[in-house]
Design a protein around this ligand. Structure first.
Ligand SMILES: [Zn+2]
Length: 226
């Protein structure tokens, strides 16, 4: 597959090195983007499919956002819960279809839960899984994972902190509004969209502020209909 290239990863858990594929960025062609940033790509050259690295030896599944500090206690719990039931497989080191990407993402969510990853990291995995269900048009599962993502982002914003989060804070506030709107929590959505338009960095992020205004209006219209 010429749109893929191989990278070497060191497992954060067992330290063994393995190969994982990535999509060449020049081959990633965006066809469409949803209001919660879910992006659609032409053909199978979808970077979402390759974000999770799965160690073929121990089953540890992680992304670039994971912490490399794992306590001995957590390693032991991971060994008991996952590695003992894991048969060694290279499957995730090959080209992935949507199904394989979803499995890898679920493994990463499980891993994140066991090692108690930061809320925003786990939220990102849940959001991605929700989007992959959206690709499949499975709305019930999509909304389940969007709800999990919203609640974890809320915990990140209010308690856990955003240390290492790759985007400006205003993005997470927008997402809190957007995901609340999508799961039907309209009052919450209004609250967070308002926070976006009043944010201290609003002058720097006009695109997202305008998007929040549009989505605020959409939610108001939904409320009027109800
Ligand atoms: Zn490993």
């Amino acid at each position: 597959m010429s749109y893929l290239y191989s990278t070497k990863q060191d497992c954060l858990n067992c330290k063994k090195q393995f190969e994982s594929l990535k999509v060449r960025s020049k081959n990633c062609i965006v066809t469409h983007k949803d209001s919660d940033f879910c992006t659609y790509y032409k053909d199978a050259a979808n970077p979402y499919f390759y974000e999770v690295f799965v160690c073929p030896d121990c089953g540890f599944a992680f992304t670039n956002n994971f912490s490399n500090k794992i306590s001995d206690d957590k390693r032991e719990i991971f060994r008991q819960k996952v590695t003992e039931n894991w048969y060694k497989r290279q499957k995730y080191s090959f080209a992935r279809n949507l199904g394989a990407a979803m499995e890898a993402n679920k493994l990463a969510l499980l891993t994140a839960k066991i090692v108690d990853e930061k809320s925003w990291v786990t939220a990102g995995l849940a959001l991605r899984l929700g989007w992959l269900y959206r690709y499949q048009k499975k709305q019930e599962e999509e909304l389940k994972f969007l709800t999990i993502a919203r609640n974890l982002y809320l915990n990140a914003y209010e308690n856990d902190g955003l240390r290492g989060y790759e985007s400006p804070e205003i993005n997470i506030i927008y997402l809190l509004g957007e995901l609340s709107a999508r799961v039907g929590d309209y009052d919450e959505a209004i609250k967070w969209f308002n926070k976006v338009t009043e944010h201290e960095t609003k002058e720097l992020h006009k695109a997202i502020v305008n998007q929040a205004r549009d989505r605020w209006q959409d939610v108001r219209n939904e409320l009027k209909k109800a």
